[in-house]
Write a protein that binds this ligand. Structure first.
Ligand code: P6P
Length: 329
C-alpha cells in the first residue's frame, strides 16, 4: 500500500517537502530548508557535470580557466558548492566531507543540524562520462544550540540519522532521500529547474539476480564471499558493476540486487567510508526494505569512532544479503 502521505507523481520537490512538513505539527521548517539547500547544490553540480567535458573540469589539475584561477577537479568544485549552499542556507552548524580531513564549521552555531557528505563520489569516472553521485547524511546536533559543534555531533551512530539520500548524475539527475519514513525519488527537469516526484514511496524487491562487485578483487575475498559469488554464477545471475557506488546502488534499489565491497588486501577494513557512504545508503536502504551489513553486523549498528573510518559493505535485497551472511558465518 502506498504511504499515507504519498503525493502524486509529478509534484515538485518543494511542494513535496512542504506537504511532508505539514504532517509534523511541531516541525519548524529547518530540516525542510536544509533539504532544499542540498537540492539546490545538486542543481548546480548537475550543470557542472553536464558541461565538464566542455570546459575541461574533468580531470585537469593545474589547468588555468578563463578567470586565470587554477582549474579544480569536479569533486573539489562539488565540495565547494555544497559547503557554500549549506553555509548560506544557515541550517547546518557543521559539515564533514570526503574531500576534507577536519570538521568544516559553517559559523551557523544556531543551526540544529550537521551534515556528512561525499560531494561527488566516483569522480574518477567523470573523465569517461560514467554516472557519479552525491551522498548525504543529516543528524540533529547533540551539542547545545549556539555552541561550537564537536566530533560528538558526527559520531552519534547510523540509527540517529534524521535524513539521508543521494543525487545521481546519470542519464538523468535524480535525488532520492528519506527522512525516516518513505523513500522517494525526484527526477530533475533542467528546463524547469525543478525536481519532479518520479519514484514515490520506493519499495525495493526482496530478492534479485544482479550482483555488483569488482571481479578483479575476488581472489582476495574471504571464502564465504567467494562461495556466495560462485553461487550467483551457478544461478546465472547478472554481474553489473559500474564502479560508481551511487549508480550501482540506485539500479539495485529499483531492480533488486546486491552490492559488495568486501575487505581486500589493499583495503583490509573495506574501501567505503562509514559516515558519508555506508551509513546514509544503509539508512535509506533499510527504509526501502533492503539490508546493509559489514558482514559482522548491521551497518547502522556500527559504533563510529572517527570521521573517515572505512567499513566492508554488503547492501541490497534482503534475501540476497541474508544468504551471503549465512555463508560468512
Ligand atoms: P574499485 C569510487 O571510487 C568508489 O568509492 C565507489 O563509488 C565505487 O563503488 C568503488 O569506489 C569502486 O572501487 O576499487 O572497485 O575501483
Amino acid at each position: 500500500a502506498s504511504h499515507p502521505l504519498a503525493l502524486p507523481v509529478g509534484v515538485t520537490l518543494d511542494r513535496y517537502i512542504m506537504h511532508r512538513q505539514t504532517a509534523f505539527p511541531y516541525a519548524t521548517g529547518e530540516l525542510s530548508q536544509l533539504l532544499r539547500d542540498i537540492a539546490l547544490a545538486g542543481k548546480i553540480i548537475h550543470r557542472e557535470v553536464n558541461r565538464a567535458g566542455l570546459i575541461d573540469l574533468t580531470g585537469g589539475m593545474g589547468v588555468q580557466n578563463v578567470q586565470g584561477e587554477s582549474q579544480q577537479k569536479l569533486d573539489m568544485i562539488a565540495n565547494i558548492r555544497f559547503k557554500r549552499a549549506l553555509t548560506n542556507g544557515g541550517e547546518a552548524c557543521a559539515i564533514i566531507s570526503e574531500e576534507e580531513e577536519d570538521i568544516i564549521y559553517t559559523g551557523n552555531n544556531h543551526g540544529k543540524y550537521v551534515v556528512a557528505m561525499d560531494p561527488l563520489d566516483g569522480s574518477s569516472n567523470i573523465d569517461v562520462n560514467v554516472s557519479i553521485g552525491t551522498i548525504f547524511s543529516i543528524y540533529r546536533r547533540v551539542t547545545p544550540i549556539g555552541s561550537e559543534p564537536t566530533l560528538a555531533d558526527f559520531l552519534q551512530g547510523g540509527r540517529r540519522q534524521v535524513a539521508a539520500g543521494y543525487i545521481l548524475y546519470g542519464s538523468s539527475t535524480i535525488m532520492v532521500y528519506t527522512t525516516g519514513h518513505s523513500v522517494n525519488g525526484f527526477t530533475y527537469d533542467a528546463s524547469l529547474g525543478e525536481y519532479i516526484l518520479s519514484h514515490p514511496d520506493i519499495h525495493s524487491p526482496c530478492t534479485g539476480q544482479i550482483y555488483s562487485c569488482n571481479d578483479g578483487n575476488v581472489d582476495g575475498y574471504e571464502d564465504g564471499v567467494k562461495e556466495y559469488l560462485t553461487d550467483c554464477r551457478k544461478k546465472q545471475y547478472t554481474a553489473r558493476y559500474i564502479g560508481s557506488l551511487v549508480a550501482d546502488f540506485h539500479r539495485n534499489l529499483l531492480k533488486g540486487g546486491i552490492y559488495l565491497y568486501p575487505p581486500t588486501k589493499k583495503s583490509p577494513d573495506g574501501k567505503l567510508r562509514l559516515l558519508y557512504e555506508a551509513f546514509p545508503l544503509a539508512f535509506l536502504a533499510e527504509k526501502a526494505g533492503c539490508l546493509a551489513t559489514s558482514g559482522n553486523q548491521a551497518i547502522l549498528d556500527i559504533k563510529p569512532s572517527s570521521l573517515h573510518q572505512r567499513t566492508p559493505l554488503y547492501i541490497g535485497a534482503p534475501v540476497m544479503v541474508e544468504s551471503l551472511v549465512d555463508m560468512l558465518t
